[in-house]
Design a protein around this ligand. Structure first.
Ligand SMILES: C[S@@+](CC[C@H](N)C(=O)[O-])C[C@H]1O[C@@H](n2cnc3c(N)ncnc32)[C@H](O)[C@@H]1O
Length: 388
């Protein structure tokens, strides 16, 4: 892909805590090399075309925001003046709607409704000067503005994604406790799975992990089947979206042979996984089996087992979950050459599974702090693949 260079705009990819480095690597692969990685966000330079590319391709990020500016403010006047100084009319047309939401953490300006009102007023004033009118009906495309204060530092952004990027558009049949698509994609990428290796999720529920692995394996852009709020913005012309979508379709490798499959003891979950895979354009390309984890077997060597079992948080679940973790450990011992990656919040997981993890990584499933337990299989014979 072409280098997105130190272009004229700054974008922010927001992400769950623990996933920032994965997002930074994805951005690098997409050609965005000027990045700053912080807690929960990666800021990068781009051109307007980058808005389309980042939204269509990012697998593990939550949203892509357009950064309008950053400044310090301890008074409402400073907030007003700092906001008014920014080039809002470059982005927001006369008919544009610009709802403002906000957050404030450890800042003098602690009242979020008051900050939102001031920002709204300052944008209206800037627009009034530019468009020479006092009243804005806001009936056109939407520009969701966010004012975020952190220790008296104000960051103003406009959301380019709309619904969060986890909404790929393929989850047509949800099941209980599904994993967020962005987190599943992050797990697969953290596992360093390569498409020539078999990958199985033996507790697949609605199929999120195998589906995200297959999208990655076929190099399918995860956003191809949905729309983004910036598709209606005059500053990101339709033609750029068309170009980036066409390019994304060209780059898919649907002719690859992938060995990706999911299994679950619950027939309804397997039916949902099948429907979801179909909706993701993967019908017939991911295999599904209705079976208990104890029946998991594969003749394949050096495969990947990636899963998100129940955590035993609900009343009455604890004993069944402990038995399941023991069973999972027994199954994994049979798969001698495989690697295994398990996401859970259960503190006794390694003891029940019967092996200490080679590596652990803290990840958040919603608000719940979890660990991705990583067990590495032996290295396959032959030359090391690049990047290992
Ligand atoms: C937390 S859910 C997985 C959610 C999944 N990652 C998703 O995104 O939808 C755990 C799944 O494990 C399945 N499960 C529980 N015990 C099982 C067992 N012994 N064998 C196979 N599946 C089991 C449940 O039916 C459930 O679908």
């Amino acid at each position: 892909m072409t280098e997105q260079g130190a272009g004229g705009i700054e974008l922010v990819a927001t992400a769950a805590f623990g996933v920032e480095a994965v997002v930074a690597r994805e951005l690098q692969q997409l050609g965005f090399s000027h990045q700053e990685v912080e807690n929960g966000r990666v800021t990068f330079r781009s051109s307007p075309q980058g808005v389309c590319r980042a939204n269509l391709w990012l697998r593990s990020a939550d949203r892509v925001l357009l950064k309008m500016g950053e400044f310090s403010a301890r008074t409402f006047e400073e907030l007003f003046e700092g906001t008014r100084a920014l080039p809002w009319p470059d982005w927001i047309p006369r008919q544009g709607a610009f709802p403002v939401r906000g957050k404030s953490v450890r800042s003098q300006l602690a009242s979020v409704p008051a900050c939102q009102a001031i920002v709204k007023k300052a944008i209206v004033e800037k627009m009034a000067q530019h468009y020479r009118q006092q009243w804005f009906a806001e009936t056109g495309p939407v520009f969701p503005v966010e004012v975020a204060l952190l220790k008296d530092r104000v960051t103003l952004t406009i959301d380019t994604s709309g619904p969060g990027l986890h909404k790929r558009g393929y989850r047509v049949r949800p099941t209980a406790a599904p994993l967020k698509e962005t987190l599943a994609a992050a797990m697969v990428q953290l596992s360093r799975w390569r498409p020539e290796r078999e990958l199985v999720d033996p507790l697949c529920g609605s199929g999120t992990i195998p589906i995200e692995a297959a999208l990655l394996g076929f190099n399918l852009a995860p956003g191809l089947r949905r729309r983004f709020v910036a598709e209606n913005w005059p500053a990101v012309p339709e033609q750029l979206w068309r170009q980036e979508r066409a390019r994304a379709m060209d780059q898919a490798h649907l002719d690859r042979r992938l060995e990706v499959w999911g299994a679950d003891a619950d027939a309804a979950a397997i039916a949902a996984a099948q429907a979801n895979a179909e909706a993701a354009g993967l019908g017939g390309r991911v295999r599904w089996r209705c079976q208990p984890v104890s029946r998991l077997a594969s003749r394949g060597q050096f495969g990947w087992l990636v899963c998100n079992p129940p955590y035993g948080e609900r009343m009455g679940e604890a004993r069944a979950v402990e038995d399941l973790y023991r069973e999972l450990g027994r199954v994994y011992r049979r798969l001698e050459t495989w690697s295994c990656f398990v996401l859970t919040s259960h503190p006794g997981f390694e003891r029940l599974f019967g092996r200490r993890a080679d590596r652990r990584r803290k990840l958040y499933n919603g608000r719940l702090q979890c660990t991705l337990f990583q067990f590495f299989g032996p290295r396959p014979p032959g030359p090391r693949p690049r990047g290992e």
